[in-house]
Write a protein that binds this ligand. Structure first.
Ligand SMILES: [Zn+2]
Length: 212
């Protein structure tokens, strides 16, 4: 647990991670005749007759635009789904498409390899870092995309991953809940405390110099 004593004299910031796109998935493309990255079109396809409906999420090959349909529901009756939810499928609700496109169980059930490296993201809140005091970070993330905490901290603090790992080993960076910073992947909201900036590893940051 993070010490309250340390919390009394620190900078407190909230960093919020927003993915800019959904992950691509790797599947065989019949036209390219090899495994390709498919991107989520953020569109659904529904096929309904009077009693039954099928719903798919549509992906497209990055190279040739071949369509790949991932079944979400098959042969459902109108009563199986609240009308509001069904309308979201027919209206191509983007938030709902993202919900499926980040759902690793859904994608793995369709034998997709998820290419998390394709996800670009931005971080809100990092512009207000004051490096004179210990830094207490509330990290908010609504999506899980295999983002390594060490790499994330390295890029946001402009340090190398090696330095982040050394700072963690030295106890200069701790988290709540506790985790192995070298290996942890961000799965939910967490708190990060950078205890001291007097470490020689952080001096380039204080001096605003390029970090090796
Ligand atoms: Zn293709």
């Amino acid at each position: 647990m993070i010490s309250l004593v340390i919390k009394m004299n620190h900078n407190e910031v909230t960093w919020r991670i927003f993915p800019l796109n959904t992950p691509t998935i790797i599947r065989h493309c019949s036209k390219c005749n090899r495994k390709m990255d498919f991107y989520c079109s953020e569109k659904f396809r529904t096929n309904s007759n009077q009693t039954r409906s099928d719903i798919w999420l549509i992906y497209k090959c990055e190279k040739c635009d071949t369509t790949l349909k991932l079944a979400i529901k098959k042969g459902i009756k109108p009563s199986d789904l609240p009308k509001e939810r069904f309308d979201k499928f027919t209206n191509n609700d983007v938030a709902l498409a993202w919900e499926y496109a980040f759902n690793c169980d859904f994608l793995k059930n369709h034998n997709c390899v998820i290419n998390y490296a394709s996800v670009k993201y931005r971080v809100d809140g990092i512009e207000s870092i004051d490096l004179e005091k210990p830094l207490y970070i509330h990290l908010k993330s609504d999506f899980v995309f295999d983002l390594k905490l060490s790499g994330f901290l390295a890029s946001t603090l402009n340090l190398s991953v090696t330095k982040i790992k050394r700072l963690a080993e030295m106890g200069n960076i701790t988290t709540n809940p506790e985790c192995n910073i070298a290996k942890h992947k961000i799965k939910s909201d967490m708190e990060i405390l950078i205890h001291t900036l007097s470490s020689p590893l952080l001096q380039p940051l204080l001096l605003n110099e390029p970090v090796q």
